[in-house]
Design a protein around this ligand. Structure first.
Ligand SMILES: Nc1ncnc2c1ncn2[C@@H]1O[C@H](COP(=O)(O)OP(=O)(O)OP(=O)(O)O)[C@@H](O)[C@H]1O
Ligand SMILES: O=C(O)[C@H](O)COP(=O)(O)O
Length: 411
């Protein structure tokens, strides 16, 4: 068992929401086409639709949903009208939408809502207080919370993917209303528990993509808490570790790593290696050279590294097949180009075919999943940064707020 512990959080079995007025925070923040403003991938909306259905069928509350979408000033900061249409489509319920958050129109719509009915508020980040991070105590005094909380009997947090934000809709309501984690949040926590609190091994972490700084923090924590038997590196993380081990990647790749701000992380990578991090690095890569793709071994790299190579894919897949716990985050290669998806697809295939409990996180990797191959041993997390921060040992503010709420309202 590892040294990490998850706080006990209240669930829907511990508060009464039957036919009550409930505010539920969800996270239907999805990728948006920056030119057309259209939703590119609605996985999070589909996943939340299931739990919304579950709650309405079981408890018939007057259910008000709140989510953010993007960040103010960014092209993905849009209203939630289209999200409401998709929620209606996937739940089969008529989900009302109000283009307001805390103003008189929203409050009137909330007051009018009857048990069994569902209302989606507009993008919560239209309220400037929602983008400020502060303690739960402070957030419980925001105008946001003071305007809405009196209209509700209970608060439910089903937004695991936003659990790392200390914003009013995440941490403010639990201090003023009886609160619980929703079914999706609970499922995500159960998956994390399985990873951090179990005795099963081998435990394999497959880490790739570009968020190298964050991944180094995760690895440091994995070592400190004795959580990983092997860390299979891919993506830019693998390139950093190869450079840290003194292996040359050629001018083109070194220039790329420099442009991405990754070279200053070499001392940190050497430090985690010295700490005993069980980091494995690729032995070959798929490279792009003069417009052609080629499989090359390390030591003879020429051209731009685009994916892990065939031998590495085979060896990593063997490790995954024999594992008991597998955590995957970040793609192995430049998946935007279909010539360089093979490594990622094969590693995912190994995970589907293994007997391990598999936790898959992050938007890019999740977009590569073949849903027809998923089974009960695989948990595809809605969390990206929340998952990563949790695994790097940080206390998620949403968990802390729900724990405080339980002490205040449930004794
Ligand atoms: N060898 C490589 N060279 C350049 N980019 C790479 C390489 N391998 C992977 N990538 C890039 O990694 C990116 C995805 O990494 P990222 O860390 O954002 O994924 P993620 O874990 O799914 O995160 P998120 O949840 O934010 O999507 C892709 O755009 C892919 O092109
Ligand atoms: O996608 C995410 O990680 C969550 O929706 C949180 O979004 P944020 O990083 O804009 O707070």
């Amino acid at each position: 068992m590892t040294n990490m512990r998850i706080p006990r959080i209240p669930t829907l079995r511990e508060i009464n929401i039957r036919e009550k007025r409930v505010f539920m925070r969800i996270d239907i923040n999805v990728p948006i086409d920056p030119d057309k403003g259209e939703i590119l991938d609605d996985r999070r909306i589909r996943v939340h639709s299931q739990t919304i259905k579950e709650i309405v069928e079981k408890y018939s509350p007057a259910l008000v949903l709140g989510s953010h979408q993007g960040r103010p000033g960014e092209p993905d900061f849009i209203t939630l009208e289209r999200h409401a249409e998709l929620l209606s489509k996937y739940t089969g319920y008529d989900i009302k939408f109000v283009n307001d958050v805390i103003g008189p129109t929203a409050r009137e719509a909330i007051r009018k809502l009857k048990p069994g009915e569902i209302l989606l508020l507009d993008n919560l980040r239209l309220v400037s207080e929602e983008v400020i991070e502060a303690t739960p105590e402070k957030q419980s005094y925001t105008i946001f919370v003071r305007r809405l909380a009196p209209l509700f009997d209970a608060y439910v947090n089903d937004a695991f993917a936003t659990a790392h934000r200390s914003q009013p809709s995440i941490v403010g309501f639990p201090l003023v209303l009886p609160s619980a984690a929703g079914p999706l949040f609970e499922k995500e926590i159960m998956a994390l528990k399985r990873v951090v609190e179990s005795f099963e091994s081998p435990r394999i972490f497959v880490l790739g993509g570009t968020k190298v700084r964050d991944l180094l923090r995760v690895i440091e924590n994995l070592v400190r808490n004795k959580m990983a038997d092997r860390i299979l590196t891919t993506g830019l993380l693998a390139q950093l570790f190869l450079v840290a081990k003194g292996i040359g990647l050629g001018k083109e790749n070194m220039r790329f790593l420099e442009e991405k701000g990754i070279l200053p992380l070499i001392p940190k990578a050497r430090y985690v290696l010295l700490m005993g991090a069980p980091v494995e690095t690729p032995i070959d890569f798929k490279v792009l050279i003069d417009g052609e793709t080629r499989n090359v071994s390390i030591g003879e790299i020429n051209g731009k590294i685009m994916d892990i190579g065939e031998q590495t894919t085979r060896i990593y897949s063997e490790f995954i097949k024999d594992a008991k716990i597998v955590v995957m985050r970040g793609p192995a290669g430049v998946i935007e180009d279909e010539r360089f998806r093979n490594g990622t697809i094969k590693l995912l295939d190994a995970a589907y075919n293994s007997k391990a409990f598999v936790l898959i996180g992050g938007g890019h990797l999740s977009s590569m999943i073949d849903e027809s191959k998923l089974n009960e041993h695989i948990h595809v997390s809605t969390g990206g940064n929340a998952l990563l921060l949790f695994l790097s040992g940080e206390t998620l503010p949403a968990l802390k707020a729900l724990e405080l709420s339980a002490k205040m309202f449930l004794g």
